[in-house]
Design a protein around this ligand. Structure first.
Ligand SMILES: [Zn+2]
Ligand SMILES: [Zn+2]
Length: 116
């Protein structure tokens, strides 16, 4: 396998295929406050990009796997850990639904406690 230079690059570089985003700054601004998933124009895979202060970019391969919930194969899966709950290995869509469910549960829990 050939080495792909995707760390501290002047443009966002896809860690999967090495595709260089010539308009990186547009993406960089959108994802300034958090690690954002970007889809490669070339190979269509998604990866995280993290803009650092000196305006170079680091990219990290998103985890591809099978969603525990909907069993979709070869999709981006994420783990989520927080005070309201946690989940492992869910696709983005199921993850968002689960997050909403956890939030609802958490709020219900607080409300029930107030209910004597
Ligand atoms: Zn690519
Ligand atoms: Zn899913």
């Amino acid at each position: 396998m050939s080495e792909i230079n995707h760390l501290f690059t002047n443009e966002i570089v896809c860690p999967f295929c090495g595709y260089e985003f010539v308009d990186s700054w547009e993406y960089g601004d959108n994802y300034e406050d958090e690690l954002g998933l970007i889809e490669c124009n070339e190979c269509g895979k998604q990866f995280y990009t993290n803009k650092d202060v000196s305006i170079t970019y680091c990219t990290y391969k998103a985890d591809y796997g099978t969603c525990k919930h909907c069993k979709k194969d070869n999709v981006v899966i994420q783990d989520y850990h927080s005070t309201i709950g946690r989940y492992d290995s869910l696709c983005i869509k199921c993850g968002n639904l689960e997050k909403q469910r956890l939030q609802k549960n958490y709020i219900n829990c607080i409300c029930n406690k107030k209910d004597y």
